[in-house]
Design a protein around this ligand. Structure first.
Ligand SMILES: [Zn+2]
Ligand SMILES: [Zn+2]
Length: 684
């Protein structure tokens, strides 16, 4: 996606065409008035179909300046193995963000609960995974070696297990089993993402080999316990349940094998989707296979949602999960229970109260008081203030309230950087006109390959010093030299007080003041500037400043019309109407619903004949008394307000709805015959 503005303009155009086809008016003057109403630029203060895009520079967060191995050296000695356990989360070419390091420091060094409030794309998940992995790296040093794996551990395979009985996944382990961390999600869809990440971290061959060498072959275990986890019900030998589970295990193994075979036949798949190997669980790793396995040996990391957690605490079959965790916590005050709640903002209001009670029940089941030092809470949220209100919410929700806020401030743009871009106005405007003279002409974004010469020209005009032979890299480096990223972020800050989504026209005013023509959505220079950001790359393959576009379209339910043909509303083009032989029989066209027009007349639904474009008006009928006479009036609203929302019928039926056909030169009493018996519409 390299053409944000053009994409918006093309969508907007198609939407306008669609509305026109739904209201094909036969009166040219009326059609012209309708079109003006729909076009943003004709009345920017009263938009109907859409507003110009908001442009959001993707945030840049400060780096800690350390890769994981370097960061770990600043942790106490017993946590040093995090560097190995976390190696597939962050390889040593990546520097971790400042807020990720801060999470580790607060949770591990200072032993504090944390709430992470950084924005999307800031690596929030890692903020809780790093401390959790650090804790597991420490504790697992004391684990005793497992016995040898039983030969029939792949119990679903009749070759190794002719009797067909169930064999628990971790029956050979000798270390204490308990839940070390509970990760709670509001939605099952988010669980899937999390599982893939845990597979990459804990079930990669690299980490398995490390565990074999240094943890006597123990695995860090994790399991999803939701409605999707096979299989509900009690463990019964030789039952239908067992048969069902056997079939599920067989097909899971097959799925995993097929995926791995597919990848080894075509390794290029990994370039497109590096996470592909982790889409399915492997049955010989740390991921727990079934509910039965987890009931017998609770996973170190249990992932679930709050309704399942609630159910698990209410019935017997999952007792062991909580009992063994309680026992493990009692056995050593150094043992810590990590409660991790992602997307905390999902639990506001009534569901929040329910979850808060479930958490208190959980503390009770595993023998922890809310203020226990053995409890460590890590949570992430999209919005929470570090002030009194935020702290009150945390205290009410978790039953304790001394959290460190990890806010992850973005790197601020250079002051006044926005002012240095306008000197390149001509270069950007020229670029836009050459790669895309009219965004609505071809209804396509500009073609990258045929634009390469123009990209080179722009890079030269911006004073490139690059000796790279790829034009897109040349432009990327040129944009970096003129500090284009700082400029657009500084412009956002100037408009909004902080770097966030900003109306593209406001950015235009900041970067290229007075360059925009009255009939233009933005100046050509602004268009060229955004195209240049989208069509250039740096050495890392990304744009010098990736931006996100937010497009807003209004779902237009209807159009309304003033019933007065001599309407004086300013949107009526009197001159145009007077110049036409066929004057429209209604007044102004309104895109918003209201009772009366600025001329004082009643507004009703606009109803258009799809064949000839004749206009009619419609409304709900109501009986009113005028003196002693009962009359029927029409309103654009259902008049029986008392009955809303239960007993009122909003459908437009003969009993409650009337259609009125205004004719030219109507005078009372209205004639029932058409004024002219013939009509023509284009070539029909
Ligand atoms: Zn009017
Ligand atoms: Zn018709």
């Amino acid at each position: 996606m390299h053409d944000l503005l053009g994409t918006y303009q093309r969508l907007d155009r198609i939407y306008q065409l669609y509305i026109k086809s739904a209201f094909p008016l036969r009166y040219p003057a009326l059609a012209e008035e309708r079109d003006r109403r729909l076009q943003f630029l004709r009345d920017p203060h009263n938009p109907v179909l859409s507003i110009p895009p908001l442009v959001e520079p993707v945030p840049i967060y400060p780096s800690s300046g350390m890769n994981l191995s370097e960061a770990v050296t600043n942790l106490p000695r017993e946590y040093q193995d995090l560097a190995q356990l976390g190696q597939t989360l962050f390889d040593d070419t990546i520097q971790i963000y400042q807020h990720q390091w801060q999470s580790l420091q607060e949770a591990i060094v200072n032993q504090k609960d944390i709430v992470v409030t950084t924005g999307t794309g800031s690596g929030k998940t890692e903020c809780f995974l790093l401390p959790l992995l650090a804790q597991l790296a420490k504790e697992s040093q004391s684990w005793t070696a497992p016995n040898s794996i039983p030969t029939n551990q792949r119990w679903w395979d009749s070759n190794v297990n002719p009797k067909g009985e169930w064999v628990a996944q971790r029956s050979h382990e000798t270390r204490p089993t308990a839940v070390r961390a509970l990760i709670l999600y509001p939605l099952n869809a988010l669980v899937e993402d999390q599982l893939r990440r845990l597979r990459r971290v804990l079930d990669s061959s690299t980490v398995h080999q490390w565990l074999d060498r240094t943890r006597a072959g123990n695995r860090i275990t994790f399991g999803r316990y939701t409605g999707l986890t096979p299989i509900p019900g009690k463990q019964v030998p030789n039952s239908d349940k067992l048969k069902e589970l056997r079939a599920i295990m067989q097909s899971m193994e097959e799925e995993y094998q097929n995926l791995q075979n597919g990848i080894s036949t075509d390794p290029s798949l990994l370039n497109e989707m590096p996470d592909l190997p982790f889409y399915f669980p492997r049955l010989d790793g740390g991921e727990m296979r079934s509910r039965w396995d987890m009931q017998d040996h609770p996973p170190d990391i249990l992932i679930t949602n709050y309704s399942m957690l609630n159910i698990m605490m209410m019935r017997n079959i999952e007792n062991n999960i909580f009992d063994s965790t309680k026992k493990w916590l009692e056995s050593d005050p150094e043992n810590k229970f990590y409660l991790i709640i992602d997307e905390l903002h999902a639990y506001r209001g009534t569901p929040g109260t329910e979850v808060a009670y479930i958490l208190r029940l959980l503390y009770h089941r595993i023998g922890l008081a809310a203020d226990s030092p053995q409890l460590r809470i890590l949570t992430t949220t999209a919005s929470l203030d570090a002030g009194q209100e935020g702290n009150d919410f945390l205290r009410q929700f978790f039953g304790r309230g001394d959290f460190s806020f990890i806010t992850g401030e973005q790197t601020p743009p250079r002051d006044r950087a926005r002012l240095s871009i306008k000197q390149y106005h001509d270069a950007f405007a020229e670029f836009a006109r050459s790669v895309q003279p009219d965004p609505l002409y071809s209804m396509q974004p500009p073609d990258l390959d045929s634009s390469l010469p123009h990209i080179t020209t722009l890079a030269e005009n911006l004073g490139t010093s690059s000796d790279n032979s790829d034009p897109r890299r040349q432009l990327g480096e040129a944009l970096e030299n003129i500090q284009a990223a700082d400029a657009i972020r500084d412009a956002c800050r100037e408009v909004n007080g902080s770097v966030r989504s900003t109306d593209v026209r406001d950015l235009d005013d900041q970067l290229f003041p007075n360059a925009r023509g009255a009939e233009q959505l933005t100046s050509d220079a602004m268009r060229g500037f955004l195209l240049a950001l989208g069509m250039s790359t740096l050495a890392n393959g990304r744009s010098p400043q990736p931006v996100r576009g937010h497009l807003f379209f209004h779902n237009l339910q209807n159009l309304w019309a003033c019933t007065n043909p001599n309407c004086t509303d300013p949107s009526v083009d009197q001159e145009l109407r007077n110049s036409q032989k066929n004057r429209p029989t209604i007044g102004a066209v309104h895109a918003n619903h209201s009772l009366s027009c600025s001329c004082g007349s009643r507004i009703l639904d606009l109803i258009v004949c799809e064949v000839c474009g004749e206009v009619l008006v419609g409304g709900y009928k109501a009986e009113r008394k005028v003196g002693n006479i009962s009359v029927e009036i029409l309103t654009p609203d259902q008049p029986d307000l008392e009955g809303i929302p239960d007993t009122v019928i909003l459908s437009q039926k003969y009993g409650n709805y009337r259609i009125f056909w205004p004719l030219p030169h109507d005078s009372r009493p209205w004639e029932t015959e058409p004024q002219d018996m013939e009509w023509t519409q284009d070539k029909i």
